[in-house]
Design a protein. Structure first.
Length: 220
């Protein structure tokens, strides 16, 4: 059985049952003028992981493994956006407001698109999600079950919000999960460090972490 050199120990998997889930690599989080910037964040650190995410996606594609992409976005009438989510904090633009890349975090608007460098292929699953976790109110679990997926590699942004929430949701559903250390990023470096540590603490209480190189070595 192939193994990824991971922390806190080797991550064993059977190839056809392993999928990559790429979380929210959208213009709204990574480009100026989107939701991430409206919350007052410097978005430039997130752009730096694009090449690593692309290498990971390419590795899964070459290995013939499932690649899933998610987008955090809402219906244009905001019927799937709880007022608590929309009204919290003091962003310069709220969800649904018009911005330079169209309405913030609304499905179909330019800002909700995945970055062109990481665009899904036509046959790949794309999950639009109204929450931080990719399992809440989405068909993700059914899509994974249809392919017999038991093991997940997670990547994307932001580490401690949508990526970690999705990893915890997956862990509770019985998936073995590994977070790609250099293919995830946060607006807050210390939150990323803390997430990696808490995921793999206590013998891997939420799962494993490994570098993109280690993951690709095991797929080769
Ligand atoms: C956030 C996300 N940070 N994709 N979304 O609101 O992590």
């Amino acid at each position: 059985m192939p193994q990824i050199l991971a922390q806190p120990g080797p991550f064993a998997f059977v190839p056809p049952h392993l999928a990559l889930v790429v979380i929210d690599m959208q213009r709204d989080f990574i480009e100026p003028g989107g939701f991430g910037a409206a919350l007052g964040n410097d978005v430039t650190p997130l752009r730096a992981i694009v090449p690593a995410v692309r290498r990971l996606i390419d590795g899964f594609r070459v290995a013939g493994l499932m690649v899933v992409h998610t987008r955090e976005c809402h219906k244009s009438d905001l019927s799937d956006c709880p007022p608590a989510k929309r009204l919290r904090g003091t962003p310069s633009l709220r969800i649904g407001d018009p911005g330079p890349m169209g309405r913030i975090l609304i499905a179909g608007e330019p800002g909700s698109d995945i970055l062109p460098a990481l665009a899904p292929l036509p046959h790949e699953v794309v999950i639009d999600k109204p929450g931080k976790g990719a399992f809440y109110a989405t068909p993700l679990q059914a899509a994974l079950a249809a392919r017999g997926i038991t093991h997940l590699v997670l990547a994307g942004v932001t580490t401690e919000v949508c990526v970690q929430t999705t990893m915890r949701e997956a862990n509770d559903r019985g998936y073995e999960c590994l977070l790609a250390e250099d293919a995830t990023e946060s607006y807050f470096p210390r939150f990323k460090r803390a997430t990696l540590e808490m995921v793999r603490a206590q013998g891997g209480i939420v799962g494993w972490t490994a570098t993109v190189d280690a993951i690709l070595d095991a797929l080769a």
